[in-house]
Every structure is written in C-alpha cells, then in structure tokens.
Design a protein around this ligand. Sequence first.
Ligand code: CTP
Length: 446
Amino acid sequence: MDEWKLTMEIAARVKAAGGRAYLVGGFVRDKLLGRSSKDLDIEVYGIEPAALCLVLSELGEVFEKGASFGVLGIRHTDIDIAMPRRERRSGMKHTDFDVSVDPYLSNREASRRRDFTVNAMMYDPLTEEIIDNWGGRSDLERGIIRHVADDTFGEDALRVFRGAQFAARLDAEIAPETIAICKTMQVGYLARERVYEELCKALLKADKPSVFFRVLRKMEQLDVFFPEIKALISVEQNPVYHPEGDVFEHTMQVLDAAAKLRDQAKFPAEFMLSALVHDLGKIVCSRIKDGRIVSYDHENAGIPLARRQLKRLTDNRKVLDYCENMVALHMKPNVYARGNSAVKKTRQLFDESVCPEDLILLSQADSDGKGGRICEDSLQYLQERLADYRLCMQKPMITGADLLAAGYAPSEKMREMLARAKQLHFAGLEKQQALRQILAEFQQDR
Ligand code: CTP
C-alpha cells in the first residue's frame, strides 16, 4: 500500500476506534505551499496508546522509534505516529525531556509546544479540515516565521538555526519578537551535527541561502558556530571590482549565485560550502596598497580558515578536503580565462582540482556575486579547456610500470619523475618522446 493510502487507512481506523488522526508539522505547511512532502507525521487524539498500537499492528509491523520519545513507526514506511504529549526540559542535551503522553490533551495545548506557527498546523485527512490554533496560515501567506509560545520555544536552542533555515527556504522574515527571543538563547551546547544539518538544508533547499546568515546575524547568533563568517563583516574590498560591498556581502551574493548553479554541481553540498568559505582568506590578507584595497594570496591564506570554520560543523574528510581544494584554486579559472592562458596551465589546474566541473561553477558564482555575471567568453574558454584536459588525459601517459621497466625502483625519485612526466604530458609531448626526455633528465640518478 502506498504511504498516502496507508495514512488514510490509519485515519479511518482511528476514527472507527473513537479517535482522530491529524497530519502535523511540515506536511501541512508544505501542502499549503503546494509542495509535496515526504514526511508524514501523524498525531492521534482520543484513543489510548494500547488501542492505537492495535490499530497500527493490523496494518503493518509496528516499532517504537528509538530517539523520539514514544513515536511509533510502521516498518518499511516513512510514517511517524505519535500521541499528544506534554514535554518539559530536564537538562541541556536535546534528548533531555520529560515526556508524558496524554491522548485527551486539546490540540491547542499539544500544538503549543511546536516551534513556529507555520509548523504548528494540523490537517485531518478525512475531512480535509486544517486546524490552525496559532495563525500559521496567515503567517505562511505573509511570509513570517513566528514562534508559537514564549515559555516553550527556548527549550530547544536548535530552533535558532531552524528559524534561520526556514526563513531561507520559505523566503520569509522572522518576526521581531522571535528575533528577540533567539538573541537570548544559548546555542553553545548544541551538537554541531544538528547545526550542520540545518545549514545544509538552507544551502541545498533555499533559493537564497544568504537569508540563513543574514537572519543569524540579526539574531546575533553567528559567534558560536560561524565566527569566521562573522569576521567577513566590514572587511572592505576594492569598490571598483566589488561594488556589492564588504566581503560578507560578497559571500552572501556568491552563495545565492551558487544556489542557482547547485543542480549542475557534481557535489552540491560541498560546492555550496565552498562558496560559503571561498574568501575567508580576505580576513587576514586585505590591506591598502598604493591607495587601493588588495588581498593578494587570500586563496592560500583562506585554506586554514576554511578548515577551521568547517570543522566547527563537521569532521567529514571528503567535505573538508574538497572545500580546501576549491578555496585554494577558486581564483585561477577566471584569471586564466582573462589572460587566455596556455593549455598546459589549464590542464595543470584541472589536474589539481578535486572536481573541475564544480570549480568552473564556483568561479562562475564568484563572478556573479560581484554584481555582474561571468562573461560568456570566459565560460566558453573554461569549458573548452576542460574538454581539452579530458582528451589529454585519455592519451597514453608514462606510468610507474614504464619506469620500473626502465630499471628504476619505487622511490621518492620515481615520484618526482612521474610528476615531471605529467608536466611533459600537459606540455603536449607524446609518451615515447616524454619517456626519452625523462630518462635523459634523470639518467645520472638511476
Ligand atoms: N519541531 C519543533 N521543534 C523542533 C523540531 C521539530 O517544534 N526543534 C516540530 C515542528 O512542528 C516541525 C515538526 O516537529 O514541523 C517536524 O520537524 P522536522 O521533520 O524537523 O521538520 P519539518 O517541519 O517537517 O521540515 P522539513 O521539511 O525540514 O523536514
């Protein structure tokens, strides 16, 4: 049975048992926005837990969802089924809650513990009635993220980042009273994985991920998890090349430009993170020279800063390595395109890149984030050069086996010879020609 049919079946059987089942949370919000939602979160009122278990077990294998305080699942589905409950914080960890289930709690009381009005609506799939105790529908229509209740909102500090993430995804404003309460919340004890998850939702789902950071800035909540991004504020740039403003503003515009390209990226999350950290080096490199602001070598100075910022959020080696590589190389595509550099330079560049396709996209976003657009000629140049690199890599190249056959043993020297062989290959030498040259160059070292 498909999940929607199963949901309707649950609702019908709950009704027959004397209760009422509602879809809650993101499903209702997304439905009103005309978006499909894969999350089917059901809340069942008016029947005892044992009766609910009986109803569900007639429809599939029921299990208790470990981390989620008495939430039930049906095996092989994404449906969550819960009962209305009271929650009270008992400690600082996000799992530290005393929970008491009460099937007879009013839906108003139960929905009061939800984070935002737009997430606190309920939908009866049998009658198609929407229950909106907190004005969520009008907030959704007006594009406002507003917390439901002063006394419960602050119980989960992740809501600071959830608010920023929803504002980005829904292109909404945060209500001033919600900004005010978020300013007071302590986010330091949050697990970085949870913050990273919210960040990734903003980076991958929002048309304008910049909203996430602009909101956190307003909430004065960049310090703990995004201090390097915060340090971009007021780092001035040369207004001739950067009419958009300081490096924070530039980064925000690059992020939004990158969001338009992320579907083309081979690694969308890593690509977006690279856009976020690409210019951190400007924090330490920007200075005035001959009356102009310059930031020479910021791409290399940015590598440790990018690592430091990203490590506040994740230890994923693939993510860190990818982003460092992108930061280090991000200036080169546009510089080479402007200078119409020789093929051996672009071959070398693409060879150093973890993902040349994504590197070109980043340079495109970087140009777009200066208030302009990458010029079509540059893009065409880079794409042609990438095609050239791919072709070049298909041609026979000197390998370790060739050097072993020539009598060399694996060693540091052999590594140098292979690096030199690559240079010759990129310079256009045929394999046999390159081999002769290498052997001549390294002859005395055999
Ligand atoms: N919720 C909450 N406070 C939290 C986390 C979740 O109040 N810290 C509630 C909200 O009502 C939310 C629902 O639980 O709508 C489901 O949470 P989640 O699945 O994280 O988010 P969704 O709203 O479904 O959004 P998404 O599209 O990101 O899944």
